[in-house]
Design a protein around this ligand. Structure first.
Ligand SMILES: Cc1cc2nc3c(=O)[nH]c(=O)nc-3n(C[C@H](O)[C@H](O)[C@H](O)COP(=O)(O)O)c2cc1C
Length: 188
């Protein structure tokens, strides 16, 4: 086995093709504990994870659709249905929350990157446990009213919605960037 196999085989699985079961309680704990082992300049721990199970996700989706309906009175049914289904497509969605504090010695860019590493670890970890996963965002990741729905503080941002479940079939891979295209060496 190639020690890089987990990385070499990593791919997303469409969130709408993620079925029950999702991770059980032990798998979830193990996944989250592993995912939290990220590089963290200043040991600020600028991240947390908010789990949304499908039933709760339905409620969240209704509330997101209500926001859209209020802001866009002419929104069509498909738009509202999309909002309704943002958090109930897989058995579990893990929202990665980044806490970005200005004015510290560690720039917010680095705080955000640490939180991003948590999100990527969740993708890899879910795959290592045999599940499929996909990182989704969309407008609720960038909207303060949605942030309030999630229960976030003012300096917290939902940077990733990691949907996790049992893969419905295999996922064809896509072309990946090559070594030759992406690697070069600095020369004096
Ligand atoms: C920050 C971030 C946000 C993303 N948001 C979405 C999204 O909202 N919808 C979507 O279809 N894919 C989104 N993606 C892309 C998918 O997670 C995934 O990378 C893509 O389907 C390609 O699959 P791959 O991970 O196997 O390369 C996002 C990726 C990143 C890194």
């Amino acid at each position: 086995m190639n020690p890089l196999d987990l990385l070499l085989q990593r791919r997303s699985h469409p969130s709408r093709q993620l079925l029950d079961p999702g991770p059980d309680a032990d798998q979830l704990r193990a996944l989250v504990e592993a995912a939290l082992r990220v590089p963290d300049h200043g040991k600020l721990e600028p991240f947390r994870i908010l789990g949304v199970r499908r039933d709760a996700g339905r409620v969240l989706g209704e509330r997101l659709a209500a926001i859209t309906a209020r802001r866009e009175p002419g929104a069509d049914a498909a738009t509202l249905d999309k909002d309704r289904s943002r958090f109930d497509r897989a058995p579990l969605c893990l929202i990665v929350v980044a806490k970005l504090v200005e004015g510290l010695k560690i720039p917010t860019q680095e705080q955000l990157l640490s939180a991003g590493c948590v999100a990527h670890n969740l993708l890899l970890g879910a795959q290592a446990l045999g599940f499929g996963a996909q990182w989704i965002t969309g407008w609720p990741a960038f909207d303060r009213e949605a942030a309030t729905l999630f229960g976030l503080d003012d300096d917290e941002h939902a940077i990733a919605f990691i949907h996790i479940g049992t893969r419905d079939g295999d996922t064809p891979d896509r072309a990946r960037p090559s070594f030759d295209a992406k690697y070069s060496e600095w020369q004096a």
